[in-house]
Design a protein around this ligand. Structure first.
Ligand code: GLN
Length: 249
């Protein structure tokens, strides 16, 4: 194995709703299948880790209580996060993690949990939780890719002017159930409401993140994988969602 890839998994115990850690496994596997030596560094609250050493950082989702616990630790990593992303580290954050990368998350109980402002978005909880399967679209290498995921959140996230959504919702609620946007992206920082785990259901999205992360290692283009099972699972999901839609209408 020649190229090396370091994945930082932040708060694996506190932020792991719907097996978000599966995203880390997918990144690790898809790198290894190409002969890339991938290492996962576990980063818990209180740990001293320089995020500049990571090519990719992954944060999952969590309940409001877990988010408050994480928020304190996250604040002291703020500058380090900014340095890392400026030096090319790619960040993927899901749901609760995504909210904490923004400016703040105001819970249903009225508590304002501060974020670290890597993304120009803010989140306010609504009365109704937004729950269910999501189908969205995202541009990958100039082509529109269908993305499958699952959402469960009270927070409505709003993008500040000039902030790019990561995806557009086809079915489901996305950021706030109103403007058709899903997630946000700023440079190498990606946030989304989609659990799933997201990357298990969307292998081309996984490769896009891997490819970006490997750029800073000067690695060549990623070799394509067969993805037979992944494609079969995606076809099944598309069929199932169409059936559900038929039942609802
Ligand atoms: N606690 C947050 C909310 O309900 C995030 C939930 C999640 O990560 N699924 O909006």
């Amino acid at each position: 194995m020649t190229t090396k890839l370091i994945i930082g998994h932040l708060y694996p115990d506190l932020l792991d709703l719907y097996s978000d850690r599966g995203n880390v496994m997918i990144l690790e596997k898809r790198a290894r299948w190409r002969g890339i030596d991938a290492d996962v560094i576990r980063v818990d609250a209180g740990d001293d880790v320089d995020l500049r050493d990571c090519d990719l950082v992954v944060m999952g989702g969590g309940m409001d209580r877990e988010q408050s616990l994480v928020a304190r630790d996250l604040q002291r990593r703020r500058t380090n996060f900014e340095q890392a992303t400026a030096e090319g580290t790619v960040v993927l954050a899901i749901c609760g993690g995504y909210q904490l990368l923004g400016e703040y998350f105001e819970t249903g109980a009225g508590e304002r949990i501060p974020g670290i402002g890597l993304l120009d978005v803010y989140t306010v909880a609504g009365e109704r939780r937004m729950v269910g399967n999501v189908m969205a679209e995202c541009i990958l290498d100039g082509r529109t890719e269908t993305i499958f995921g699952y959402e469960n959140h009270s927070g409505r996230t709003y993008l500040r002017e000039g902030t790019e959504p990561w995806m557009r919702v086809v079915r489901g609620e996305g950021n706030n159930g109103r403007d058709g946007t899903e997630g946000a992206r700023k440079g190498r920082v990606f946030g989304t409401y989609l659990h799933g785990p997201l990357l298990a259901k969307n292998p081309r999205l996984a490769d896009r993140l891997l490819g970006l992360a490997l750029e800073r290692r000067g690695a060549e283009k990623l070799r394509a994988l067969a993805d037979r099972w992944e494609e079969a699972a995606r076809e099944h999901l598309a069929r199932r969602l169409a059936e559900l839609e038929g039942m609802e209408s």
